[in-house]
Design a protein around this ligand. Sequence first.
Ligand code: GLV
Ligand code: MN
Ligand code: MN
Length: 417
Amino acid sequence: MTGPRIDGARLLGRLQALGAIGRDAEGRLTRLAASDADRAGREAVAGWMRDAGLEVMLDRVGNLFCVWQAGAPGAAPLMIGSHIDTVVDAGIYDGCYGVLGGLEVVQALREAGVQPARPIAVAAFTNEEGVRFAPDMMGSLVHAGGLGVEAALATVGTDGAVLGEELARIGQAGPHEPGFLRPHAYLELHIEQGPVLEREGVPIGAVATLQGISWQRVTIEGVANHAGTTPMSMRRDAGLAAARVVTFLRDRVSRANAPTVATVGCMAFEPNAINVIPSRAVFTVDLRDPDEDRLRAEEAALSRFLDELAAAEGVTIAVERLARSGPVTFDPAILRAIEDAAARHGLRCRRMTSGAGHDAQMMARICPAAMIFVPSADGISHNPREHTAPADLVAGAQVLLDVARRLACGETGVPAA
Ligand code: GLV
Ligand code: MN
Ligand code: MN
């Protein structure tokens, strides 16, 4: 197989270098959106973009782009993107692989003297993870017009910080109006974050669908009282009620024989003392399903359960929606281009669904989009043990390069914008 090749050593070196940014004293990687660590990561990525001779641009919500101004004047760019913010105690590949893979593709195409018919942009979207500021996929959601700029900038984080103020503080609030780059098509390269590719020994996933995601914050108010003197029958225990929600979700989802998943990932009690019945419990519910009707049904079932629980336990319950995105079907022509590219490199490829949220989910609202997955060792992600074999990372980037070259040179069935 001849043609432009990505520089694997450069890509892998940058992944390690970015993964070293944002480590705490214990060596844990946490680069939450719009934090000082995020600033340091962004500066490294922007530096590599400039070193590659590319113009770096920021929009008002901190989405970071570089653009290779190639091809016909005024042609819409092919965009390749992902994110570099992380969860708490993260691995080094989630999101970063897609951004650095995109940059590597642009550099390799330029170095090979390829003349695309349109510009190629690389994007690092703000706050994909949604750990500090909800909703997740926020930067790409704003870019796609699904959330207003002012609403995004006014978002209050889990630490009480305001996103707009934090972006200004770290020097990442740019001048461009979000959405200023309207792509011809969007590609995202990502680690699978699940076990399927590794289990089947398949190196490339062509991501055909992405499941819907529902995030809610539940606040239960009970009454604080003495743990030793209050009979069990006389308690209004917010902690107990919260625990009942956790087991309700698990039992319901397990019984359903459907792909629904449910997670309570955050929980806090007040006053949080060993000998005081909790007066308040605040927790999150993450519900996901590839089928929109079933996701709605699960949300409704939870809502009914909360009403019954409030009556049964003598507590009050308030629910706030943090994020909601519907399932997505990616572009068939790009999926075929991914399969063709994998075949040309002798790499097995399977179509699959993504359980995780991705910026591609938002970009699919405004242009043809698809994703390429590579295997995750043991299916582990959102964990420092996240790992993908270097050869798989390089192979995935090579497939991305081939698909990007065909899209940018107008050689696929994706219609010209
Ligand atoms: C993002 O990684 C998500 O799927 O929550
Ligand atoms: Mn990600
Ligand atoms: Mn993630």
